[in-house]
Design a protein around this ligand. Structure first.
Ligand code: TRP
Length: 452
């Protein structure tokens, strides 16, 4: 049976593709995780290693994943099957598409819950709610986590916005949403960075992020940075593959990938500068980990003049970033339902959304009522995060590198990338050797518990 009956959508132009892919990659990872990881993993050491990892591992893999999508012209499963078939490989490779699609839905279920926290804080900022002491900041966050109804409400609202976009289609839904949200995101980010410069201690932030101390590079830092490079580029979950499948033949994959990697990194750095300039200005700790933006930053908002307005813009920024990423987590499976089972797109989007929403409800409960249900000692929320980020993402990334580097055949890969021969050879060898070794290290380290 043919994998795609209806004509497939194509992005309006190259910039539309760059924008949606940046939208997918720039998310909670860049604005929330990157600054706090930099904060707790030695500042500049982490930043520098992260940049190297993006160039050496992230970028090559990003190009590989887009190539499969575009050549396979289909949802992640169909794309893998098509390319594997064309290059004389077994249809077992189709499994990779399945792992990606299902992994993306798992991620979405808790990503939406975290995005819900951001919605909560946005409302708090809008209604003028403030915290004056570290204890108050902790208590207000704990109160949120302890309230399943509140968590579920924000999670539901967020999911509805995601489904609403995906239901409208690739060009009239996803592309339009990104064309509106991403420019807003960049504007807000620039505004906040300038504001942080005026109102905060930008020079301390700058030194913290860029004063390079060779001694601060430890194996833990390297592994954390490598894992994060992977996460922040949305690799291995079929999202980039699905987006790549709507890309026309004439666009340069290398060129667009460079834009995406550069933009994602820039966003993380600007967000870090904005956040740390305030953190240092008010004598707060940069190394507080995951609580950095929800518990440390609100204290700075309290002390700074106009802090409430800053907070509104800040949480709006995070929300926009999360929104465009979450869209790309839903699209792979929805495209499979529409293409493989010929289900009408809105129906496909709403029913997938419903399933993800239900799983998300379980995550909301895992912080309170269901906190005693444990999977290897973790509550459901943490278990899903662990399973997807530390197991599924690295394994499917590794598989993509092996497929494109070793199974697809040099001719087909070269035909898709159309690079000058020296650039191609360089890229191909990095993908064949450096990427698999790098990912295996991250994978083993997290499984064996070498990092946090
Ligand atoms: N890159 C996203 C972020 O930084 C999160 C993410 C991880 C993701 N894997 C993904 C998004 C796969 C889409 C697809 O927040």
């Amino acid at each position: 049976m043919s994998q795609s009956a209806a004509p497939r959508s194509t992005w309006s132009n190259r910039w539309a593709f760059i924008l949606v892919t940046i939208g997918s990659s720039v998310g909670l990872g860049n604005i929330w995780k990157f600054p706090y990881m930099a904060g707790s993993q030695g500042g500049s050491a982490f930043v520098l290693v992260y940049l190297v990892c993006v160039l050496l591992i992230g970028l090559p893999l990003l190009m590989a994943e887009i190539s499969i999508g575009r050549r396979g012209k289909g949802n992640p499963v169909a794309a893998m099957l098509n390319v594997a078939g064309e290059t004389g490989n077994t249809s077992w490779w189709g499994l990779l598409g399945w792992v990606g699609m299902l992994g993306a839905l798992l991620i979405l279920s808790f990503y939406s819950v975290v995005s819900g926290w951001i919605v909560d804080y946005l409302f708090k900022a809008l209604t003028g709610f403030q915290v004056a002491t570290p204890e108050a900041a902790q208590q207000s966050f704990a109160a949120l986590l302890g309230n399943p109804y509140q968590l579920a409400l924000w999670h539901s609202i967020f999911m509805a916005f995601i489904v609403g976009v995906v239901a409208r289609g690739v060009v009239s839904g996803i592309e339009i949403a990104n064309k509106v949200l991403m420019p807003c995101l960049f504007l807000i980010l620039v505004l906040l960075t300038l504001w942080g410069w005026v109102a905060g201690d930008m020079s301390a932030a700058w030194h913290f992020m860029f004063d390079f101390k060779f001694s601060a590079i430890t194996p833990t830092v390297v592994l954390a940075a490598l894992g994060h490079a992977f996460f922040s580029l949305s690799l291995g979950m079929g999202a980039i593959m699905a987006y790549g499948s709507y890309l026309d033949k004439n666009t340069s994959i290398a060129n667009t990938s460079l834009w995406v990697a550069a933009a994602g990194t820039l966003v993380g750095i600007l967000a870090g500068l904005a956040i740390f300039s305030l953190t240092f200005q008010y004598g707060l700790q940069p190394g507080s980990g995951a609580g950095l933006i929800l518990q440390t930053l609100p204290l700075a908002f309290f002390h700074m003049p106009g802090g409430n307005l800053f907070a509104v813009f800040f949480f709006l920024l995070v929300l926009f970033a999360a929104w465009t990423s979450a869209i790309s987590l839903l699209e792979p499976f929805v495209s499979w339902l529409t293409e493989r089972l010929s289900i009408h797109r809105p129906t496909a989007a709403w029913s997938t959304g419903l399933a993800v929403w239900l799983l998300g409800l379980a995550s909301c409960l895992s912080f309170n009522e269901w906190n005693h249900y444990r999977f290897f000692g973790l509550n459901l929320f943490d278990a899903l995060d662990y399973l997807t980020s530390r197991i599924m993402m690295p394994l499917s990334g590794l598989t993509i590198a092996i497929f494109v580097g070793w199974a697809m055949g040099r001719a087909a890969v070269a035909d898709e990338l159309r690079l000058k021969s020296r650039a191609f050879t360089l890229w191909f060898n990095v993908l064949r050797y450096i990427v698999p070794v790098g990912i295996s290290l991250v994978f083993l380290s997290s499984i064996l518990g070498w990092v946090e």
